[in-house]
Design a protein around this ligand. Structure first.
Ligand code: ADP
Ligand code: MG
Ligand code: ZN
Length: 623
């Protein structure tokens, strides 16, 4: 992954927003009740403007309050119920005559937006809310009526699967996952010439499970197989099986396979199979009947087609660990093909595929892009080139240049660019935080070089420091991990040293999370602490399976405490190192922060230049 540190806004603020919204709607309903009673109280006899002037003249008026929004004066007469003022309709805002009269008689006077008018406004708002509610209800009723109707004829397929006679995708459109492609060549041959296999009595796999993280080209690969074999492509997504009514999913599976048999040879693709294929009977609070029925039907169908009917089922998932073991038995999805993130060459290949349809300036090197995008999936890369193309149009350029590509890479990694903060204390703090990362990173041996530091927010982040990984790193050494942790802590260290412990912020939350995960792994997985080379984590799982941490607690309480101690030891040591670097380079950091606030972004080269100049000057001064 292209490593970067972001100073992010807390999730709590989002949460708060929702809560206050909810409170807002409660308030609305409360004022709905009281608003009316305010109106009721003001049932009073109106008087005319000249009556008012006369009463003023005669000293009968105690107080006048003018409502600017309705242009009504509320006149409180001496000796009358003060809760029921008289109303006088005024014709324009400033009634100089009235006001001077009021002044002259020294009558209490107020200009305000009355409760009544606010209540009226609120009432219209409530009406809007009510209307929305009613409309919402109607939609709901209609929807459930529709699905009820659907349930009536569920046996008859509302074909919820897609069929493509030809996919138009070929193997050459799929790049970067060569091993998976190779393994699946055989499937193509089978679909093309099933007879050859039948003749010699060879058994053909019926089901292939594509396992890999999202966006790596599983769907694309399945389509390419159908395309290469020139057979129809049936597809359905596991999440579409999970319906409201029991039996719908199962009947859909039946329909799907019926159609497939009619069209054999063909390829059936089941996306997100984990949605139906989860281990049965593990659901909390009773299993999901619907899902189990669907899964059973699927198993029945897969067992049902005898020998070489010419149907191959390909399923895709990123959670093979949750699949029901029955699915993986021989004769079902007994072949698993891993489709993983592409490596450098893979990314280059994928970029080649997608660049072919785009106009790219000759000086752009796809190789450079591939180098800058470790951890990108095929979909990310496709998206990257597309974003760059859109940006090119927006900038009215003829062809995509490196500048658009850079912008697109940043955007794919860290989200949309936002507007920078105006100069304020918090901008200064964020600047120190980011420069903290950059300087600690630069002064720590074994750390990746800074690519740039920026205060332009992106996505959730308010400031970012980007580092360029210098090569595709297969193995990472202990000292590199230490350097990485120290760099991650550089932001918080700067906050702490410069603003003091009381002023440290939530902005370091993401850094700290990553530090903790990484350090834990050093201790429990990589054997890099004094606990020695012992694996203390549960069984090894591919990284993309989500960090559920399901199988922790394989160790005793005593070991758990030891682990915590080791983790803390590493983190504290790195934090002290980071703070030391900040303290020793305070002057340099101050200069860089000023520059960053002025320019918003500092490129890595410029940063390194400034660092070198500064240390030269320092060494001359100290001589
Ligand atoms: P998955 O099914 O694994 O989530 P998809 O096959 O839907 O991923 O990929 C989405 C898009 O990303 C594809 O349509 C294609 O444009 C692009 N893509 C993904 N992987 C590759 C690849 N290996 N080669 C070329 N393009 C790819
Ligand atoms: Mg897919
Ligand atoms: Zn940070």
């Amino acid at each position: 992954m292209h490593s970067y540190h972001k100073f992010n806004t807390t999730k709590a603020s989002k949460h708060k927003k929702i809560v206050s919204l909810m409170a807002g709607s409660l308030l609305l309903f409360q004022t709905f009740l009281t608003g009316n009673s305010v109106l009721a109280q003001q049932k009073n006899q109106p008087i005319t403007f000249s009556d008012l002037l006369t009463s003023l003249e005669n000293g009968e008026v105690k107080r006048v309050s003018i409502d600017r929004s309705t242009n009504i004066a509320y006149v409180y007469l001496v000796g009358e119920n003060q809760a029921q003022p008289r109303k006088v309709k005024l014709f324009n805002d400033n009634n100089p005559e009235l006001i001077s009269k009021i002044r002259e008689k020294k009558v209490d006077f107020a200009m305000e937006s009355s409760a009544a008018s606010t209540a009226a406004l609120l009432n219209t708002m409530q009406l809007g809310v009510l209307l929305l509610l009613i409309i919402g209800l109607f939609i709901l009723i209609k929807k459930s009526a529709n699905s009820a109707a659907g349930a009536m004829n569920f046996g008859k397929s509302r074909a919820k699967f897609q069929m493509e006679a030809t996919t138009g995708v070929e193997f050459k459109d799929v790049a970067g996952i060569e091993e998976a492609k190779e393994e699946l060549q055989e499937v193509v041959v089978f679909l093309k010439t099933p007879d050859k296999f039948t003749a010699v009595g060879a058994k053909i796999p019926r089901g292939v499970l594509l396992v890999g993280p999202p966006g790596t080209g599983k769907t694309l690969l399945a389509k390419a197989i159908a395309g290469e074999a020139e057979v129809p492509f049936f597809s359905i997504s596991g999440s579409e099986f999970v319906e409201m009514f029991v039996g719908v999913g199962a009947s859909r599976v039946r329909d799907l396979f019926k159609k497939a048999k009619e069209n054999a040879p063909c390829l059936v693709f089941i996306d997100e199979i984990d949605a139906v294929g989860r281990q049965r009977g593990t659901g909390i609070g009773g299993g999901n009947d619907e899902r189990e029925q669907t899964l059973n039907q699927l198993l029945t169908e897969m067992d049902g087609f005898e020998g070489n009917t010419g149907i191959i089922v390909i399923a895709a998932t990123n959670r093979p660990d949750v699949l029901d073991s029955a699915l993986l038995r021989p004769g079902r999805f007994d072949r698993q093909v891993i489709v993983d993130y592409p490596d450098l060459n893979g990314r280059l290949g994928i970029l080649d595929v997608h660049a072919a349809t785009k106009k790219i300036a000759p000086e752009v090197s796809l190789n450079t892009i591939a180098q800058r995008t470790p951890g990108f999936s095929g979909a990310d890369l496709a998206n990257l080139l597309n974003e760059a193309a859109i940006l090119t149009v927006r900038r009215r350029k003829e062809a995509i240049t490196m500048s658009e590509i850079d912008a697109a890479i940043d955007r794919v990694i860290a989200g949309m660019e936002g507007t920078p903060l105006v100069d304020s204390k918090s901008k200064r703090l964020i600047a120190y935080h980011e420069i903290g990362h950059a300087i600690v990173g630069t002064f720590t041996k074994g750390h990746d070089p800074v690519e740039k530091v920026t205060l332009i927010p992106r996505g959730q982040a308010r400031g970012l420091t980007w580092f360029t990984p210098d090569e595709e790193q297969g193995l990472v050494s202990k000292s590199q991990l230490f350097a990485h942790i120290t760099g991650l802590l550089g932001g918080r260290a700067a906050e702490d040293v410069i603003f003091g412990d009381d002023e440290i912020t939530t902005g370091a939350g993401n850094d700290i999370e990553r530090v903790t995960t990484l350090t834990r792994q050093m201790v429990t997985k990589f054997g890099m602490s004094t606990l020695g080379p012992i694996a203390l984590e549960g069984e090894e799982q591919p990284l993309f399976l989500g960090n559920d941490n399901v199988n922790r607690s394989e160790y005793s309480q005593e070991i758990a405490e030891k682990i915590d101690l080791q983790v803390r030891k590493i983190v504290f040591q790195c934090y002290e190192n980071a703070k030391k670097i900040i303290r020793e380079n305070r002057g340099l950091i101050d200069n860089l922060v000023d520059l960053l606030i002025e320019k918003e972004t500092i490129e890595g080269d410029i940063l390194r230049q400034i660092v070198t100049n500064y240390s030269q000057k320092q060494s001359i001064l100290t001589k």
